[in-house]
Each structure stands twice: as C-alpha cells, then as structure tokens.
Design a binder for this molecule. Structure first.
Ligand SMILES: Nc1ncnc2c1ncn2[C@@H]1O[C@H](COP(=O)(O)OP(=O)(O)O)[C@@H](O)[C@H]1O
Ligand SMILES: [Mg+2]
Length: 461
C-alpha cells in the first residue's frame, strides 16, 4: 500500500461511515422506543390480569369456606390460554397454576413486596415470557399472603424486534454502499477540475510564462489555488523577464568597451608608431580594462548577494565618521561643481564598515553628480523608532515618480543619452540596496520640489 492516501477513497469512506452512523443511531433510538412501548403494553396487559385475579380472590374472602381458590381461578380464566398463572401460599407451595410457563421461583417473586407489582422476563426454550408478580392477602389463612404471578408469551415481540434489527442492518449496509458510491462520484467530479488545473499547469514552460489559468471556470474552492498559481506565474514571468533583460544588458554593456578596445587596437596596429603613442594607447586601454573589471566585480557582488552570500562582517560603525571621511574624498568633485556638502547628526550601527562605506559612497557620488550647480548636498543622520536613518539629499531635477522604483535595478540609468559614457554602469544603487538588505535594513527614494532624497533605515547598533 502506498503511504499517500487517496482523497477519493477517503471521501468515499467518510460518506459511507457518516451515513451508517446516522442510520445506526436512528435505528437504535427507534428500536429502544419500540421495545419500551412493547414492554409498557405487556405490563399493562399483565397488570389488568393481576387485577382480575385479585378481584377473584377478594370475592372468595366474603364467602368464607365457599369455592376453593383453584376452582375459582380456573373459572375466572377459562379461555385465557395465552396467560400463565402461578399462585403460591406463604410456604411457597403451589396453590394454583395454569399455562405452560414454568415460573422461575426466584428472587423477583420471593422478594415481591406487598401490592407492588414487579415485572420480570425469562426465556424458556424458544419462547420468552414477561411476568408480573405481587402479593395478595390469603383469604383462606388470614394474616398470610399469597404470591400471585401472571406471565404472557412475548415471543412475537422479540421476533418482531429481531426482524426489525435485521432489516435495519441490511438497510445500513445498503445505505453505506450507496452513499459510498455517491461519495466516490462526488469526489471524482470535484477532483476533475483539479486534474484539469494540473493538466493546464503541466503545459507551462519557460517561454510560455505569460500563460494564466482560467479563474472563473473552476469551482470557488479552487479559485484560491488557481489565483495563487497565477500569482506565482506572474512572479516567475517577472523574474524571468528581469533575468533575460539582465543578460542582454550585460552583453550590451560588455560589447561597447570591448569594441572600443578592439577599434583602438586595430587603429594602433594599422601603422608603425613611436613608443610615446603606444604608451598612450595602452594607458587608455588600461582605463577601459579597469572599468570592465570593476563592472565584472560589481556583477559578481550582486550575484553573490542574490544567493545570500554577502554576509556583513559586523562591528560597531560610526556612520557620522564614515560620512565625514567620504566628504573629504568627494570634496574636490563637489568644489568643481560649486556644491557644498553638509552633515547633521550622528548615529552608530552594527555592520560591515567596508560595505556600508561603499553603500554611502554610491549615494554621495550620485548626489554630487546630479546636484544642480551651487547647491547643497545634505546628509542627515538620526535615530528613529525603526532604527538608524540616513538621508542623502541633493537639489536637482524632480524625477518622475513612476521611474523611481526602477533606480535600484541593475544597469538602470534614467538618462539614456548618458549610456556608455564614462559615468557608472547603473549598478551603484543595485549594490547599495543589496548591502542594505544584507544588513537587515531598507532603502527608499523620493523626489519632489527639486529635491531628490535617498533614505536608508538600518537596525541600530
Ligand atoms: N541623486 C540622484 N539624482 C538624480 N538621479 C539619480 C540620483 N541617484 C541616482 N540617479 C539615477 O539613477 C540611476 C542609477 O544610479 P546608479 O545605480 O548609481 O548608477 P550609475 O551611477 O552608475 O548611473 C542613475 O543613472 C541616475 O539616472
Ligand atoms: Mg552611481
């Protein structure tokens, strides 16, 4: 047997069990009600007979030494063949008996209290008797009591009950089969849509990621599953698209410097040159190689961070001091543009100093590069409830809100005309973000009223 159970089998079993249990409970309730009804009926009948007997005995009392008790009773019950009667005197001697029933002279009769009728049942061969016994004052011996018991054959009741329970069991078996079958059928039908979903998803391949399952043709119970599958497809399609964009971007990015290098080399080789010229060409090639090497190592960093391999080497980092050091580095560039660098506040975090410096440096270089001439680039550090906050602001063009989320994408450059210039490859913000994410923080950008601000939140030290 396979350890995975079948849903159809489980539902079938469940249906069958549930309906059998319901029928069984119903049968038991009806059966016990009928049994009680029969018993009441029997006791009623027996009670009537006991009354007749006690009446007959009472009549003897008045007549003194008249007809003896046995004859009187025999007369009273002429024709009552269904009835068995036993009368015992105080010494447990039989005074009168009629019918085939052999009364068990046992506890119920012996312990019968005066005038309290006690019902009891016994079997005798094939038949079953129900009896009622009581005590009546003995007319022949004043002060003594007779024990009087009457019984009737209740075989027809027990037979009826037996056939009733036979019918009930048969019915239950039938109902279990039928409802099991219904359960099986319902499960098959219900699962058919699931199989259809499975068949449809089986057709999805990498170049068919735009496929979506039909949500309105499946039953409501499955629509959630279908919706999550569709959402998953959408996410996969998006990620796949990004990946393929990324590899084509990568090819483009590498093609330009390589073809530059190639042209330059061919031109250099086209005729004999002096050593000075060769040195110049090699120096320019070296610059291009350096940029390519930087890009490749940036790409490697991003690939590592995608795989969760960028693990910060944590220690307490004073971000105020880091920013001050970076300001010194960007001082010359800022001065060229007439940009003033200012810093307020200070905060410390636990993190990797080299990585955090790289992240801040990317933001600062962007800010200085995109700042309008003679403006202010401002870095604000403070501590909020969410953690340390680092805000880098510069004045410049207001960036369209819809492009902002794309800034952190690889190779994204807002101004396509700057493509393939000596400025960055569009990896800086992607790297900044992966560093911040590796530190458990977040980064956001906003741009309004001519001020663009990047804001980092990092858990405090
Ligand atoms: N402070 C800023 N002001 C305006 N645009 C910005 C700013 N910072 C980044 N950008 C835009 O985001 C793009 C991506 O930035 P980045 O990833 O650092 O790449 P890169 O600096 O190599 O161009 C930049 O090309 C630029 O268009
Ligand atoms: Mg940059």
């Amino acid at each position: 047997m396979s350890r995975r159970s079948s849903l159809t089998a489980r539902l079938t079993l469940l249906f069958a069990t549930a309906s059998s249990l319901v029928l069984l409970a119903l049968g038991l309730v009806i059966g016990s009600a009928m049994e009680r009804h029969f018993e009441e009926q029997d006791i009623d009948t027996l009670g009537g007979k006991l009354e007749l007997i006690s009446h007959a005995i009472d009549q003897l009392r008045g007549t003194g030494e008249g007809t003896p008790l046995p004859q009187a009773l025999a007369q009273a019950f002429v024709g009552h063949h269904e009835l068995a009667i036993l009368v015992l005197d105080a010494d447990r001697q039989t005074v009168f008996s009629a019918g085939d029933a052999r009364f068990p002279v046992m506890a119920p009769i012996a312990s019968t209290a005066e005038a309290t009728a006690t019902p009891f049942v016994w079997s005798q061969g094939e038949t079953q008797y129900r009896a009622l016994a009581t005590r009546i004052a003995d007319p022949a011996h004043p002060g003594q009591q007779l024990i009087v018991a009457v019984a009737i054959d209740i075989a027809h009741h027990t037979q009826f009950m037996a056939s009733f329970s036979r019918t009930l069991w048969l019915f239950m078996l039938g109902a279990a089969l039928v409802s099991g079958l219904l359960g099986w059928f319902a499960a098959r039908r219900g699962l058919a849509s699931l199989q259809q979903v499975a068949r449809q998803t089986a057709t999805v391949t990498a170049n068919k990621l735009d496929f979506r399952l039909a949500e309105d043709t499946v039953p409501t119970e499955l629509s959630e599953l279908v919706r999550s599958l569709n959402d998953m497809l959408a996410r996969l399609e998006d990620a796949f698209q990004r990946l393929s964009d990324f590899s084509s971007d990568l090819a483009h990015e590498l093609r330009t410097p390589i073809s530059n290098l190639m042209t330059q080399t061919h031109v250099a080789l086209s005729r004999a040159r002096d050593a000075e010229d060769y040195r110049d060409i090699l120096a320019s090639n070296a610059e291009e190689f350096e940029r390519m090497a930087r890009m490749v190592s940036d790409m490697l960093f991003l690939a590592k961070s995608d795989n969760g391999l960028v693990i910060p080497n944590r220690q307490v980092v004073d971000l105020g001091a880091e920013v001050a050091a970076l300001f010194e580095f960007y001082d010359a560039l800022a001065e060229d543009k007439g940009v003033t660098l200012t810093q307020d506040g200070a905060v410390s975090v636990s993190g990797d100093p080299l990585m955090l410096r790289r992240a801040l440096s990317n933001l600062l270089s962007n800010a200085v590069r995109h700042a309008s001439a003679d403006s202010l680039v401002r870095v604000r550090l403070d501590e909020t409830a969410d953690g340390a906050r680092i805000r880098v602001e510069n004045h410049g063009e207001t960036l369209p809100a819809e492009t902002l989320p794309r800034f952190f994408e690889r190779f994204y450059r807002a101004d396509p005309s700057r493509h393939h210039t000596s400025e960055g490859a569009g990896l800086g913000l992607a790297i900044t973000r992966s560093i911040i994410v590796a530190h458990g923080g977040s980064i956001a950008v906003e741009s309004r009223d001519g001020v663009t601000a990047f804001e980092i939140t990092l858990p405090c030290a």
